[in-house]
Design a protein around this ligand. Structure first.
Ligand code: 5GP
Length: 117
């Protein structure tokens, strides 16, 4: 894990405003500022790991909590039944820009194919 704080810690700490959708002791979920679908919520662990692999390696229980929080977000947003996509971008080719692991929860409309664009 790098020492550099990211924008997400500032959001979790309330230093940067965000539309919070869900939070619990270990996770925090808020709307993406640049939504790519009708519903686009980011779910982050309060503790920072750089990416999905580092989180899984360090704390599998916390990874499970993040996934459960995604499900809670889907329920809150009313898309648990219609379907949703969970994406963890990792590093350059995937376009990761914030190096505090986060799940994108996308839905609320039929989603396009993914991969090469
Ligand atoms: P990544 O590309 O790293 O997978 O996703 C980072 C996401 O964070 C992007 O979708 C971007 O729109 C979102 N984001 C970046 N800065 C902010 C911010 O200050 N507030 C919110 N709500 N989202 C942000």
């Amino acid at each position: 894990m790098s020492d550099a704080e990211t924008v997400f810690e500032r959001i979790i700490n309330g230093e940067i405003p965000a539309q919070v959708v869900y939070q619990d002791e270990r996770t925090f979920a808020f709307r993406d500022v640049n939504p790519q679908a009708e519903v686009h919520v980011l779910v982050v662990p309060r503790v920072r790991y750089r990416n999905l692999a580092e989180l899984a390696e360090a704390d599998g229980g916390l990874l499970a909590d993040v996934v459960k929080a995604c499900r809670r977000v889907a329920e809150i947003e009313g898309i648990a039944e219609s379907g949703y996509r969970v994406v963890f971008n990792t590093d350059g080719d995937a376009g990761q820009t914030v190096f505090h692991v986060h799940a994108h929860v996308l839905g609320g409309e039929p989603l396009g194919s993914f991969g090469r664009s």
